[in-house]
Ligand binder design. Structure first.
Ligand code: SMG
Ligand code: MG
Length: 383
């Protein structure tokens, strides 16, 4: 007997198309990883890849393949039959390996942080449930609610933009983020600022500008933005440093930050003064916590990004966002921002905040009927 995995593929329609500088989607391809223990308890993790490699090099079909063919098999020595209390990091029934040992084993494979994060989180959920400990307690959460922002895709017109932002403001979101790209930036910002002069506002370009756009990016300064997120390609740290030297608005990195070391490099080099932490992008919640700790030490504010997660990924992100260094509102919106029906009980906004789950592990489970209805495929992977 050993831990087995089920890779669930789901399709969930979005309430409205979400367009960014790298493409548009109207249905979310979701991958949920379920780790099932000897005693029949399940741990869950969400793989946040998109269907195509637009945000980063990872994509959903590739992530499923690498999980099945490489990542899960590489964990075999930790998960296989015959383990017992003598296995380092295991507990007395030997069922679930300790989070650090899972991270170390997965680190042998290069890249694929989103796939690694999904597997690590499913096992972490199981391990925490065995200890009756919540993810928030484990990570060091210091709050029971988190401030929520919302990320607004590129719509068809300024009229549509104002209508959409208006709904979010009405619902109580504490910060608005506009997706921008060349040709959809200053006019959109001007329109939103004219309507809401005071609302905390920021933009995300998903790498759509170039170093030569510095003079254009300077024009963003007049809109009193909290930050400009990832204006340039992910490997262009020098470009971000150069932009920072001419633009007054703080530059925040997302795609460029893949590890504790890359975070430290970007900070020390002067390429960023704020960091968006996404567990999927950095290979899991342990790495995410470590980047948070580094940023606290270096006085760099952080906030929790989003990847259109279902309730499974959202629950875990909210636990992370409750750590003390997360001082800016996250892209941790309520379920109804994305989906008419979530796969878990919905997360509901309350005065611009979401409540940090308190149950064991990530604190939520998929609702069986919803999972069945949304499922397009499931694959059992045994070690
Ligand atoms: O989960 O609300 C969300 C989406 C937040 O804008 C968001 N994410 O670069 O930060 C980002 C994007 C990546 C996903 S876009 C499909
Ligand atoms: Mg981003």
């Amino acid at each position: 007997m050993s831990i087995s995995f089920i890779i669930h593929s789901l399709e969930i329609p979005l309430v409205r198309p979400f367009r960014t500088s790298f493409g548009s989607q109207s249905v979310r391809d979701v991958v949920l990883v379920e780790a099932v223990s000897d005693s029949g308890v399940s741990g869950w993790g969400e793989c946040v890849t998109m269907a195509w490699p637009g945000y980063s090099a990872e994509y959903t079909r590739g992530a499923i393949n690498v999980m099945r063919d490489f990542l899960i098999p590489t964990l075999a020595p930790l998960l296989g039959a015959g383990r017992g209390s003598s296995v380092k990091g295991s507990i007395s029934d030997g069922s679930t390996p300790a989070p650090d040992s899972v991270r170390a084993a997965l680190a042998i494979m290069q890249g694929n942080p989103m796939a690694k994060s999904a597997i690590e989180t499913a096992l972490l959920d199981l391990w925490l449930k065995e200890r009756n400990l919540s993810l928030g307690e484990f990570l060091g959460a210091s709050r029971d609610r988190v401030d929520c922002g919302v990320s607004v895709g590129i719509p068809d017109s300024i009229t549509d933009l104002i209508a959409e932002v208006g709904q979010y403001v009405e619902q109580g979101y504490r910060r608005i983020k506009l997706k921008v790209e060349p040709g959809w930036d200053l006019e959109a910002l001007r329109a939103v600022r004219a309507e809401w002069p005071e609302i905390p506002l920021q933009v995300d370009a998903n790498q759509a500008y170039r170093r030569s756009d510095a003079d254009h990016l300077v024009k963003f300064d007049e809109f009193d933005l909290l930050l400009i997120e990832q204006p340039l390609p992910e490997d262009d740290l020098l470009g971000h440093k150069l932009i920072s030297s001419v633009v007054a608005t703080p530059i925040c990195l997302d795609e460029s930050i893949l590890s504790v070391d890359s975070a430290e490099s970007a900070i020390e080099f002067g390429a960023t003064t704020i960091i968006n932490i996404k567990p999927g992008r950095v290979g899991g919640f342990l790495n995410a916590r470590d980047i948070h700790d580094l940023c606290v030490e270096k006085n760099i504010p952080v906030w929790c990004g989003g990847m259109l997660e279902t309730g499974v990924g959202r629950a875990a992100n909210i636990a992370l966002a409750a750590l003390p260094g997360f001082i800016l509102p996250g892209d941790t919106s309520a379920s109804n921002r994305y989906y008419k029906e979530d796969v878990t009980e919905p997360f509901v906004l309350d005065h611009g905040q979401l409540r940090v789950p308190t149950g064991p592990g990530i604190g939520v489970e998929p609702i069986a009927a919803n999972l069945a209805e949304m499922s397009t495929a499931s694959e059992l992977v045994e070690v």
